[in-house]
Write a protein that binds this ligand. Structure first.
Ligand SMILES: *[C@@H]1O[C@H](CO)[C@@H](O)[C@H](O)[C@H]1NC(C)=O
Ligand SMILES: *[C@@H]1O[C@H](CO)[C@@H](O)[C@H](O)[C@H]1NC(C)=O
Ligand SMILES: *[C@@H]1O[C@H](CO)[C@@H](O)[C@H](O)[C@H]1NC(C)=O
Ligand SMILES: *[C@@H]1O[C@H](CO)[C@@H](O)[C@H](O)[C@H]1NC(C)=O
Ligand SMILES: *[C@@H]1O[C@H](CO)[C@@H](O)[C@H](O)[C@H]1NC(C)=O
Length: 394
């Protein structure tokens, strides 16, 4: 028995020591660690959010400035929303929870000058994006997605040299995009979809991988000068805008391009060249719901990886080139809603043909009604005759 008392005592001592240090660290006022300018910026940030929109269980409710924001451990205060650097002197990330916060983004946010991530997505922030945001020179990720920000994108944002990802989608931003934007040399992802932007595309950041500006009111033609030197661009999402004119031959020759969505614009022509040596990454193209005239570009079949192509609901004429039924990778093909004539390539209707989609609502002859591909029905003869100026169908 006495043998066992010794370890017990040691354990007790250990517990007392642990308790003492615990007691010590939690009761003695923690030395202020966080830089005063960060605390000033944080207080201003919280003060510009309506208290009534801060639920008691949320991150912001735990921001109680009687303690130091970077002091650890965090038990009841500053339990979430903030990340500090390793020696607890500066705030590096402000990532809010989607708690339904409503308020403005204070211009004093500029005091948090070591921020690398600012993410306020899925809340009810409103008012302008302050132009002082350009002072956050270390900012790599700015995500204000799904709020109600309005006004125009401040031009000063183009001085954020460290910015890699900018997502301001699903807000009410209006006005023109700053031009040029090529000073954003680290920007990889740019998403301002679902806003109310107007004007034409600016000169774009040179190292972009992904450009998304769906559902705005952008107009003008897609000019080479906007896309010059964008050799890494993989994804272009510009559907539901008001772009016009010709999609010129350089467009589909951008070397890294994989996905293009330009549906629901007012483009009138498309030029497609065969890429030299068949070198192309292009996988999916959607040009549906435009005003594209002329023949179905045969050279799409020169892009060997193309697996999904839609040019539905346009004004295409002429026949469907035989090559369309012969490409190896094409799986989805929507050419419905045009004025295509002649007999569709028989290859589409062979039992081993993997292509799905539609050739319907055209002026085709002999599209077998037994095939899903031929739905919906072809246009009435009178409509086709008129489209071809009363000349007989081929
Ligand atoms: C902040 O913390 C102090 C001390 O813990 C407390 O007295 C005060 O009520 C807290 N304030 C809020 C707004 O929760
Ligand atoms: C804290 O770390 C930063 C780098 O993250 C450094 O610049 C700064 O001098 C450090 N401050 C103190 C008080 O150690
Ligand atoms: C954008 O989306 C809204 C619904 O989210 C829709 O009502 C509107 O028609 C779309 N705009 C365009 C230009 O397609
Ligand atoms: C384009 O508009 C049509 C008709 O309004 C709609 O059915 C379709 O979903 C839209 N497509 C895209 C990609 O915006
Ligand atoms: C198809 O591409 C080739 C090679 O790039 C080009 O010479 C030809 O003019 C293109 N055809 C059409 C119809 O654009």
């Amino acid at each position: 028995m006495p043998n066992r008392i010794v370890p017990d005592r040691r354990l007790l001592l250990l517990l007392i020591l642990l308790r003492f240090s615990f007691f010590h660290s939690s009761s003695v006022p923690v030395q202020a660690l966080t830089s005063p300018t960060d605390i000033y910026g944080l207080k201003a940030f919280k003060a510009s959010i309506k208290p009534s929109s801060i639920p008691p269980w949320s991150c912001l409710a735990s921001w109680n400035f009687t303690t130091d924001p970077c002091a650890v451990p965090r038990r009841t205060q500053f339990i979430c929303g903030l990340t500090c650097n390793s020696n607890s002197t500066r705030i590096t990330q402000l990532v809010l929870d989607p708690a339904g916060y409503s308020g403005t983004l204070t211009p004093l946010i500029s005091h948090l000058s070591q921020l690398t991530i600012l993410d306020l997505s899925d809340n009810f922030f409103f008012g302008p994006i302050p132009s002082s945001i350009s002072s956050l020179s270390n900012l790599e990720t700015l995500t204000l997605r799904s709020n109600s920000f309005s006004g125009s994108l401040p031009a000063s944002i183009t001085s954020l040299k460290s910015l890699e990802s900018l997502d301001l989608s699903h807000n009410s931003l209006n006005g023109f995009l700053p031009n040029p934007m090529n000073s954003l040399s680290n920007l990889r992802r740019f998403d301002l979809s679902y806003n109310k932007l107007s004007g034409s595309l600016p000169k774009l950041p040179p190292n972009l991988l992904e450009l998304a500006l769906k559902n705005n009111s952008l107009s003008g033609s897609l000019s080479k000068s906007s896309f010059d030197g964008l050799t890494q661009l993989e994804v272009i999402e510009l559907s539901e805008n008001a772009f016009t004119g010709t999609l010129q031959a350089w467009f589909f020759l951008m070397p890294s391009l994989q996905q293009v969505d330009l549906a629901n614009n007012s483009l009138t022509r498309v030029e497609v060249l065969k890429p030299a040596g068949g070198k192309s990454e292009l996988v999916a193209v959607d040009l549906g719901f435009n005003k594209i005239e002329g023949y179905l570009p045969m050279n799409f079949t020169g892009h060997p990886l193309l697996s999904s192509l839609s040019i539905r609901d346009n004004r295409l004429r002429g026949t469907i080139p035989l090559e369309y039924s012969k490409t190896k990778f094409l799986r989805r093909l929507f050419l419905d809603g045009n004025f295509l004539i002649g007999k569709p390539p028989a290859g589409f209707f062979e039992s081993d043909n993997p292509v799905s989609g539609s050739l319907g609502d055209n002026c085709l002859q002999g599209c077998p009604t037994s095939s899903q591909l031929c739905l919906p029905h072809q246009k009435p003869y009178a409509v086709c005759k008129q489209a071809y100026g009363g000349k007989p169908r081929s």
